[in-house]
Design a protein around this ligand. Structure first.
Ligand code: PLP
Length: 424
């Protein structure tokens, strides 16, 4: 199923005919899955931290550097124009994928963290004043907490936090009561990276818009698992990272509604984002360039376009069904191991399982699994306040992607049994 002979960075490719999803075929597209770790076949269950790359993405990156590279948006020479075209083609692929109305609403950033910092810094500077409030949730990754803390401190504003129940679901009654005429923005995660909870984003947006409050969604963990349609959601800002959706690291996206982005000041100053510079005054370029100062991660953008081209060749529902099957199978199998305790049991979950083996530290479990070639995440997952809520230092987290199969789950279950027998 490798796309390596095609030109994945063209937006004109017909993706309306979807391939039948077959996990064993998908696995062949990811060369890293063939390798061994500590003498065992790699079982990669850390896609929530960063997903692996299909051959088609690797090929596009290699081809770009061997045949196309030049700086973009500036040169009249052929290579510069070719590289510019490939980069802008990638933006168009991403626009189509998230169904943004305009390609200039799709900003290239370094990743989710950078996208949220852009909004906090630019929107915050423009719209946050003394006494204003930003609402986040108890599920947030540090990258959707700290930027708001920083800008709130600077502007004399404050942060309100939507509480959760023990299952890790947002308390929507509390959310409604937090919305006030001082609220300037609601910034919440679409899917919790630590627990897998899928948050009720439609309701959050409906309630917020009812009070004319814009909403930012952190889509870092949602984009690799479900179809995103920013217009159907009517979301104001949507942030995600390339590397979690099978693309390169160091590139991500901020979608923003044109009307809002036009009102916001630039995030960083430098080349490309200007219209005219004099020592007395600078005027700024139009969208998206106003927010894209300096030479961007050109190959990152092109690689992300290729990653999305790879991803959208499959029918969305069959990906969702496959990942839900893996999630339920893993949950059921792990629950039979004595001492395993799940952290986060929301009804609506993406394919993430956080757990503990009672009486042992997550790092010890992670180390013993690693020795068996099984890569899981351990620790607080950049959600320290969420770990504080559960009164734990961290969890063991298995996060699944399109290339994981039931054999991976079986290896995890055997590994956890072995770790439990050694630790308890
Ligand atoms: N938000 C969530 C929910 C995440 O899971 C992550 C990364 O794990 C981030 C934000 C930060 O993403 P990045 O490090 O790619 O900027």
């Amino acid at each position: 199923m490798s796309l390596s002979n095609q030109q994945p960075n063209t937006p004109h490719q017909d993706v309306s005919i979807k391939k039948v999803f077959d996990v064993e075929e998908v696995r062949k597209d990811f060369p890293i899955l063939q390798r061994q770790v500590h003498g065992n076949p790699l079982v990669y269950l850390d896609s929530g931290a960063s997903a692996q790359k299909p051959q088609s993405v690797i090929d596009v990156i290699a081809r770009y550097y061997s045949e196309q590279h030049a700086n973009i948006h500036r040169g009249v020479h052929h290579l510069s124009q070719e590289a510019t075209q490939a980069y802008e083609d990638a933006r168009e692929i991403i626009r189509k994928y998230i169904n943004a109305e305009h390609s200039h609403e799709v900003l290239f950033t370094k990743g989710t963290t950078d996208s949220i910092n852009l909004v906090a810094s630019s929107f915050g500077r423009k719209f946050l004043n003394e006494g204003d409030e930003v609402i986040i949730s108890a599920l947030e990754h540090h990258s959707n907490i700290v930027p708001w803390q920083m800008v709130c401190e600077e502007r004399g504003a404050s942060m309100k936090v939507i509480p959760i129940n023990q299952a890790g679901e947002l308390d929507m009654v509390a959310f409604e009561s937090l919305l006030s005429n001082r609220t300037r923005l609601v910034a919440v995660t679409h899917v919790s990276n630590s627990l897998g909870t899928v948050t009720p984003v439609d309701k959050i947006i409906e309630l917020s818009h009812g009070k004319n409050i814009p909403v930012l969604l952190d889509g870092a963990q949602a984009v690799p698992h479900m179809h995103i349609d920013v217009q159907a959601m009517d979301v104001d800002f949507y942030a995600f990272s390339g590397h979690k959706i099978f693309g390169p690291t160091g590139v991500g996206i901020l979608y923003g509604k044109e009307a809002l982005l036009n009102q916001m000041p630039p995030y960083q100053g430098g080349g490309d984002m200007i219209e005219k510079v004099t020592f007395e005054k600078t005027t700024y370029n139009t969208l998206p360039h106003k927010f894209e100062a300096g030479t961007p991660n050109i190959v990152g953008g092109i690689g992300l376009g290729a990653a999305i081209t790879y991803f959208i060749q499959f029918d969305e529902q069959s990906i969702l069904d496959h990942e839900q099957d893996i999630l339920h199978y893993a949950t059921e199998q792990l629950s039979q191991i004595q001492g395993v305790k799940f952290i986060g049991t929301a009804t609506n979950k993406a394919s993430v399982i956080s757990f503990l083996i009672e009486g042992s530290h997550p790092f010890d479990v992670g180390t013993l699994l690693d020795q068996q070639g099984i890569a899981v995440r351990t620790g607080h997952h950049c959600t320290q306040p969420l770990m504080d809520f559960y009164g734990i230092p961290g969890t063991v987290r298995a996060s699944f992607a399109i290339y994981n199969n039931r054999a991976d789950v079986d290896a995890l279950v055997a590994g956890v049994k072995r770790a439990a027998s050694m630790l308890l």
